[in-house]
Design a protein around this ligand. Structure first.
Ligand code: B12
Length: 215
């Protein structure tokens, strides 16, 4: 078994190659995927989030750590699926219709995944119907919407209204974010939560899941 502290350090420092190599070695020597995630990778991402919040890390460091985490998760995900590990919750995430910015959304998706959520990521420019289908057909219990343009912020309201019209709003929680989005705007459009960064988004999703319908 490799020294798993190296996995923690690799995620923390955004060293994807080392994170992947240590994960491969751990898998080959019978390491427990859940333990790798919960004892080393998630704590490393929590630390990354903490460093980001106190402005010791900035967006580039966050992206590198998210990439390292993603590299390891790609190897571990099939093993977790095979043993039927229960996700904390199921999140469908996307940047709203008309908006092509996806860097922040990708960060949120990676950190949610690292936090134990199953994440269905529809990418950018996502129409309300796709979110509705994810709730109806895939049992998502959190809908996470991102917008980076003031002109696409109204699409968040449109999406929430469409979820209401489809009769699924009551069984899910909606969280919103993106640079121009504010707590006040989130409240105005009837979202359940807002956060201004990816690590706080995980805390928010955990809080919302506690009151959402299980997938
Ligand atoms: C990169 C970028 C682009 C890239 C996008 C590439 C990509 N794959 O994402 C490209 C070049 C394609 C682009 C295009 C355009 N862009 Co642009 N872009 C940016 C830029 C420089 C960085 C955005 C970014 O990635 N930030 C870093 C991430 C990490 O931050 P973030 O997205 O805010 O995410 C964090 C939080 O907000 C939060 N979060 C994000 N999403 C979510 C979701 C949830 C649920 C939660 C809880 C939290 C959360 O967590 C994230 C991580 O901490 C910004 C300027 C800036 N400095 O912000 C302009 C900016 C957003 N763009 C702008 C504009 C105008 C455009 C264009 C219209 C330009 C044009 N004339 O063509 C087009 C629009 C295209 C379209 N239809 O979307 C303006 C928007 C102005 C406004 N008020 O609306 C900005 C602010 C630049 C400016 N100062 O004018 N852009």
């Amino acid at each position: 078994m490799p020294d798993l502290q190296k996995l923690y350090d690799a995620v923390l420092s955004g060293d994807r190659n080392t994170a992947v190599a240590v994960t491969q070695e751990a898998i080959a020597t019978g390491g427990d995927p859940l333990e790798l995630i919960s004892k080393y990778m998630v704590p490393a991402m929590d630390e990354v989030g903490r460093l980001f919040e106190c402005e010791e890390y900035f967006v580039p460091e966050l992206l590198l750590s998210a990439r390292a985490m993603k590299g390891s998760l790609e190897l571990l995900r099939p093993l977790l699926a095979a043993r039927g590990a229960q996700p904390v919750g199921r999140v469908v995430i996307g940047t709203v219709k008309g908006d092509l910015h996806d860097i922040g959304k990708n960060l949120v998706a990676s950190l949610l995944e690292g936090g134990g959520f199953e994440v269905i990521d529809f990418g950018a420019d996502v129409a309300p119907e796709k979110f509705i289908a994810a709730v109806q057909e895939k049992g998502a219990n959190i809908v996470a919407l991102s917008a980076l343009l003031t002109v696409t912020m109204p699409a968040m309201r449109t999406t929430i209204d469409a979820l209401k019209q489809a009769g699924v709003r009551e069984r899910i929680k909606v969280m919103v974010g993106g640079a121009p989005v504010t707590e006040q705007f989130a409240a105005e459009i009837g979202a359940d939560g807002y956060s201004d960064n990816a690590s706080a988004a995980v805390t928010l999703a955990r809080r919302l899941t506690a009151t959402a319908v299980r997938p």
